[in-house]
Ligand binder design. Structure first.
Ligand SMILES: Cc1cc2nc3c(=O)[nH]c(=O)nc-3n(C[C@H](O)[C@H](O)[C@H](O)COP(=O)(O)OP(=O)(O)OC[C@H]3O[C@@H](n4cnc5c(N)ncnc54)[C@H](O)[C@@H]3O)c2cc1C
Length: 437
């Protein structure tokens, strides 16, 4: 086996970025992706799917020199635009103090850009239509099948990384090993992707992530480069099932999302809604990400999360940044790195999985409550006065590189300060009233 060889399983967003980073470091990299090369596919069924990119993802893209190109093809979103049931809208900035924004970027565009970047390394070979089907931790080998010919090979490398998504095959084999802890939660809500076509895209206020919060469920829309908007409806599965004919669907939209219905279009809504079944949302936590001396899982394979903080990909990209830092610190000592990775990453991965769950409640419900708005004002004011000390939760998650677990600790500390602040104010008022009367 060659020195410094690596295998990356999965040529999705995280796998292709990880492969680039390893190739950049001089590893001889082999990437196996079970699907066809997406760059050869014609535009995916005419619809765009987009993702919110923020600081953590940008940092990893910067490491391989791709940040500027990606941002040039992304649309900044400086805040949420909340749509009431009456059709009124309210803009809530993500960062009223320094106007930082997140970016809407096309999933296919980003994956293609990463694969193009990977293609440029002479020490990186990509095999599409190649699926990992077996793993032997004792021999440190994997079995890869060519999906076109069904031929199989058994292969190995110094470093074997599974970036093969939420239903990772590598993790599946890890789960069979003794003392591997794992939990998987499917939430009761699913999602369905809809679209506002480009011809009506101008009617939605630009540079925002649009939200129709409706208490128990919600709809969101993110802008695409071609002027269309990707709309995602998140709802309990039983509610999806109850809307089972055209009349019920149109009535539901007329009463719940009256301003969105003409933008999506009745005909288009009907065909999109009944064409696909709603998809499931899963949150995954693992007790460790390493196995043996050379196997590691990253990205969704290690910590899939519900999408409500827009952090799944960002966290996966941050895994790559951490991996790169650990490789630097340990002079590429793989067996040490994979253990350090588990130690360093686990509490942060758990924290962002939990934050993502919490954010669904914030987005679909709390954003409409006066207490939420008051907290936003207080956070904004304190952040303006003490920008180094008072970093609101959303900012620490989306606009900083603070460890996710520290973001949670930071928020708890702020909650305590505010609680004591309110209590002290009440006591002072009570004393004043007593003194006066
Ligand atoms: C509705 C929705 C909205 C989201 N929005 C955001 C957002 O706004 N911002 C954000 O940061 N994140 C978002 N996410 C999360 C984000 O999509 C994922 O975190 C990200 O795609 C994970 O990338 P990955 O490369 O780890 O996994 P995947 O993207 O799942 O890639 C895994 C790859 O591995 C390949 N593969 C699987 N098995 C094998 C095998 N046996 N052999 C070889 N190859 C294999 C697959 O074909 C695939 O290409 C969202 C997710 C959803 C569902």
């Amino acid at each position: 086996m060659d020195d410094n060889s690596a295998i990356v399983i999965g040529g999705g967003l995280v796998g292709s970025l990880c492969a680039c980073l390893l190739a950049e470091r001089g590893y001889k990299v082999t990437l196996y992706e079970k699907r066809e090369d997406i760059r050869k596919l014609t535009a995916s069924k005419g619809r765009s799917i987009n993702l919110a990119l923020s600081h953590r993802g940008r940092k990893a893209l910067r490491l391989i020199g791709l940040e500027d190109e990606v941002l040039k093809n992304a649309i900044p979103m400086s805040g949420r635009l909340l749509h009431s049931e009456k059709g009124d809208t309210e803009s809530v900035k993500y960062d009223p103090v320094s106007n930082q924004c997140i970016y809407s970027v096309g999933r296919n565009f980003l994956n293609q850009a990463l694969l193009d970047a990977a293609q440029k390394y002479t020490n990186l070979k990509m095999f599409f239509n190649h699926k990992v089907v077996d793993v032997d931790f004792n021999k440190s080998t994997i079995e890869v099948t060519n999906c076109m010919t069904n031929d199989s090979i058994i292969t190995s490398a110094d470093f074997i990384i599974g970036a093969d998504g939420a239903f990772s095959v590598l993790r599946g084999f890890m789960q069979k090993m003794p003392r591997f802890n794992f939990s998987q939660d499917f939430i009761d809500h699913g999602y369905l992707e809809l679209c506002v076509p480009a011809k009506r895209g101008d009617q939605l206020r630009p540079n925002h992530l649009h939200i129709w919060p409706r208490g128990q469920f919600m709809m969101i829309a993110l802008p695409n480069q071609d002027n269309s908007w990707t709309v995602t409806l998140f709802m309990p599965f039983e509610k999806f099932a109850a809307i089972d004919d055209r009349r019920k669907l149109i009535e539901f939209f007329e009463s719940t999302f009256p301003d969105a219905l003409p933008l999506i279009g009745e005909q288009e809504l009907e065909s999109m809604y009944f064409k696909n079944a709603p998809s499931a949302l899963v949150s995954i936590k693992c007790g460790q990400y390493d196995m043996g001396n050379r196997f590691l899982i990253i990205g969704d394979a290690a910590h899939a999360m519900v999408p409500f903080y827009g952090q799944g990909m960002n966290a996966g990209f941050e895994d790559c940044t951490l991996l790169n830092e650990l490789l630097n610190q340990t002079q590429d000592n793989v067996s040490k790195i994979i253990k350090l990775f588990t130690q360093k990453r686990q509490k942060d991965a758990f924290a962002i999985c939990d934050l993502a769950m919490y954010n669904y409640i914030e987005m679909r419900d709390l954003v409409t409550k006066p207490t939420y708005k008051l907290r936003k004002i207080v956070d904004g004011t304190l952040a303006k006065l003490w920008p180094e000390i008072w970093v609101p939760l959303y900012n620490s998650v989306s606009f900083s590189h603070m460890e996710y677990s520290k973001c949670v600790e930071n928020k708890s500390w702020q909650d305590e300060v505010l609680l004591y602040g309110v209590l002290i104010t009440i006591i002072i008022f009570a004393i004043l009233i007593l003194v006066l009367f």
